[in-house]
Write a protein that binds this ligand. Structure first.
Ligand SMILES: Nc1nc2c(c(=O)[nH]1)N[C@H]1C(S)=C(S)[C@@H](COP(=O)(O)O)O[C@H]1N2
Ligand SMILES: [Mo]
Length: 170
């Protein structure tokens, strides 16, 4: 039955009768909300037009993991999370810039292209475990620093927002 509905929807989309953004509405979070996106996005799940995610919803998005050292940690670290690019794709959002805000009020606005071109992820796990709230968690924007020398520049370090809890899309 679900298959038939999906096939019908696919046909309607193909026929141009349903906008592609309507394919997958964002489900409502059932657990504690840990990330809220607002601004330039059409796919939302709150009455005021925002996209609210609990951990399970983030974990259900395409997973990316890599190992890297960071200037904030000792030794090789493995990170697992969702690429900012994949999160934006899920929301069918194409912002030129993103303002990332942390629960400690740190914030930075940066070109989306930085995150997309250099593989930034929103990490929800570090070395196989949830990232503690009092140690840069539960969400931390990380780049695969070891993969490109450029990623050690202040530009990318300053985008490595820990305790991320809010993104505004511009
Ligand atoms: N939540 C949060 N993330 C943050 C910061 C911060 O103060 N709070 N500082 C940013 C900046 S400006 C840089 S350069 C790097 C490194 O910060 P540090 O040198 O203070 O460790 O983390 C970034 N991420
Ligand atoms: Mo910085």
């Amino acid at each position: 039955m679900a298959l038939r509905a999906a096939a019908t929807l696919a046909f309607l989309m193909f026929a141009g009768l349903v906008p592609a953004a309507a394919v997958e509405p964002l489900p409502a979070p059932t657990g504690p909300v840990i990330l809220v996106l607002d601004g330039k996005l059409d796919t939302h799940n709150t009455s005021d037009g925002k996209a609210a995610f609990d951990l399970a919803m983030l974990q259900a998005l395409p997973k990316t993991s890599f190992a890297t050292t960071t200037i904030w940690t000792d030794g090789m670290q493995s990170f697992e999370g969702v690429k900012i690019a994949d999160l934006l794709a899920r929301l069918d959002a194409k912002p030129a810039e993103i303002n990332a805000l942390a629960s400690n009020d740190y914030e930075i606005r940066f070109p989306t292209g930085d995150a997309v071109a250099h593989g930034a992820i929103i990490a929800y796990a570090q070395n196989g475990a949830a990232i503690p709230r009092n140690d840069k968690g539960p969400l931390w924007i990380v780049y695969p620093y070891d993969q490109e020398a450029e990623l050690s520049n202040e530009r990318f370090l300053s985008q490595s927002v820990w305790s991320l809890d809010h993104m505004t899309l511009y």
